[in-house]
Design a protein around this ligand. Structure first.
Ligand code: 5GP
Ligand code: MN
Length: 323
């Protein structure tokens, strides 16, 4: 990893900008939107022009955080002072918005993914942070003003989703300490949980049922794999974002060490989600195919191959990894 700039440096850079665009990754999750929305709201309260530039739709269960912050790159003026990448360390994670990102005179990146190289002029990347939302909280401390209730709830949303509701091994004492501090800003944690976890469209459960029905277990029960195809989406009346959560279900199976979900996109690309339970390093598997992420949660985007080919590639690579 490269050397980070200090959060104070990044705070000082942001303070100088009048207009700030916040870039989050495609297939956004609770941490990407939670971190982005919290920062956008905070910067607007400081009198700045701020937007979250989204690459793809806002999922229904996260929509409560988007209080008119999200825009596509075509919906905002090109000119802006600063671009900030949040929850992603590679520009290819927001493929449709790279040009707009590069139009700013200054840039920063605040993220918790292992990164091969700095993305921006100023970078704070901490792979030990459970969620980017933890780092945005630190950024707020460096900037000065306290977050309001909605901003604190968006940060809580980021933390609860990226830690599997405080279950995963990325959860630390500091994660809990930051979550505890968010209560001082008046968060209603149950409200956030109901929005995120109990606002599930029925079609999502149908899709999950179909995917689990065709799941396969390999390598003496250590690898669980399944696929979500365009055909399955059509049958369930679902969208690809509804596949979120299936890979965690696979990992929860007794004896499974590596869980893999292959997703056939409608544009020729194939997305892969990987999870490991204890020892295996799925970041390594993803990196073999140009992807990345974390040791226990990684992902990859493959172009130019059918989902069946990608499925075989990952099945073999996972078998090698757990040898
Ligand atoms: P998910 O499976 O939830 O989409 O992603 C799991 C982890 O892998 C996340 O940390 C995510 O940022 C990362 N990830 C997912 N897809 C990609 C990808 O195409 N490229 C890279 N470098 N990381 C990815
Ligand atoms: Mn994250």
């Amino acid at each position: 990893m490269f050397d980070n700039d200090s959060m104070d440096t990044i705070a000082a850079q942001i303070k100088q900008a009048d207009s700030v665009y916040i870039f989050i990754h495609e297939n956004m999750d609770g941490d990407a939107l939670g971190s982005g929305a919290a920062l956008c709201s905070y910067l607007r309260r400081m009198g700045k022009t701020a937007f979250v530039i989204r690459d793809g739709e806002v999922p229904q269960n996260l929509a409560f955080m988007d209080r008119d912050y999200c825009r596509t790159s075509g919906q905002v003026p090109v000119e802006h002072d600063m671009s900030i990448a949040v929850d992603c360390s590679e520009k290819t994670r927001f493929p449709h918005n790279i040009e707009l990102f590069d139009k700013a005179g200054n840039s920063a990146c605040v993220d918790h993914h292992l990164a091969p190289a700095p993305l921006a002029n100023f970078n704070y990347v901490d792979p030990d942070a459970a969620a980017s939302a933890e780092l945005i909280f630190k950024l707020f401390k460096a900037m000065g003003p306290e977050p309001d209730k909605e901003e604190a709830e968006a940060l809580f949303a980021g933390i609860t989703t990226d830690t599997g509701n405080f279950q995963y091994s990325n959860t630390t004492k500091e994660t809990h300490e930051i979550a505890a501090q968010l209560y001082d800003y008046g968060i209603d944690a149950n409200h956030v949980s109901v929005e995120i976890y109990e606002t599930v469209p029925f079609r999502k459960l149908n899709l999950s049922g179909m995917a689990l029905d065709r799941a396969e277990i390999y390598a003496d029960g250590k690898i669980a794999m399944t696929v979500v195809t365009q055909d399955m989406l059509a049958k369930a009346g679902a969208i690809m974002n509804d596949s979120e959560g299936i890979v965690s279900e696979l990992r929860s199976i007794a004896g499974v060490e590596v869980a893999i979900l292959v997703k056939e996109s409608d544009d020729g690309r194939v997305f892969v989600s990987l999870r490991s339970k204890t020892e295996a390093n799925v970041q390594k598997i993803a990196a073999k195919f140009g992807g990345g992420g974390h040791v226990k949660a990684a992902g990859c985007t493959v172009s130019g191959k059918s989902w069946q080919e990608v499925y075989e590639d990952f099945k073999n690579a996972a078998a090698e990894e757990i040898q």
